[in-house]
Write a protein that binds this ligand. Structure first.
Ligand SMILES: [Zn+2]
Length: 169
């Protein structure tokens, strides 16, 4: 049994119901929202409309809609930021690093030397991940980093508007 994180109220349900300014795009099954912690400027998540926790809970329709939404916003991110790469990842259960018990698929425009603290471990050895090659993430600075990368509501609204304006037709 996969152990799930606890967050009450669920911040992604709140984002979808009460923080419409965070929503970049939506369809029948998914919402694409701006991540309040901008480790990378423009980083987004595709979330399910339903409050379900992991990949294992998704319907086939949701699986298809999530990937289509991720591709759509990735196109907008490339147009907006000309990143060096697009990182996508998704965590299932606390032992995979999941922090919110609501399905979310990260779509991240990667830039050289950005202040990336939390992410897939392979970035630890990627030259240009924001720290020296071969050094692993030091969690001791996470509290300050989280503060540093937390955008204001106004900044998030502007970022979401900018990305939305570059979504494909
Ligand atoms: Zn939820």
């Amino acid at each position: 049994m996969i152990e799930l994180p606890i967050r009450d109220p669920c911040d992604l349900c709140v984002a979808s119901r009460e923080e419409s300014w965070k929503i970049i795009n939506e369809n029948e099954h998914t919402l694409t929202v701006i991540n309040p912690w901008q480790f990378e400027v423009g980083q987004c998540c595709v979330i399910t409309r339903r409050h379900v926790a992991t990949l294992l809970d998704l319907s086939d329709q949701e699986c298809g809609a999530i990937m289509a939404s991720a591709k759509r916003v990735a196109e907008a991110l490339v147009k907006t930021y000309q990143p060096l790469g697009i990182l996508t990842f998704q965590n299932n259960g606390v032992f995979s690093g999941q922090e919110t018990p609501h399905f979310h698929f990260h779509v991240v425009p990667r830039q050289k030397g950005s202040d990336w603290g939390i992410g897939p471990p392979q970035l630890a050895t990627f030259d240009g991940a924001g720290r020296k090659r071969g050094t692993s993430h030091d969690p001791s600075g996470d509290a300050q980093r989280l503060k540093r990368v937390q955008f204001s509501a106004k900044q998030l609204t502007e970022t979401a508007n900018l990305i939305r304006s570059n979504l494909p037709e």
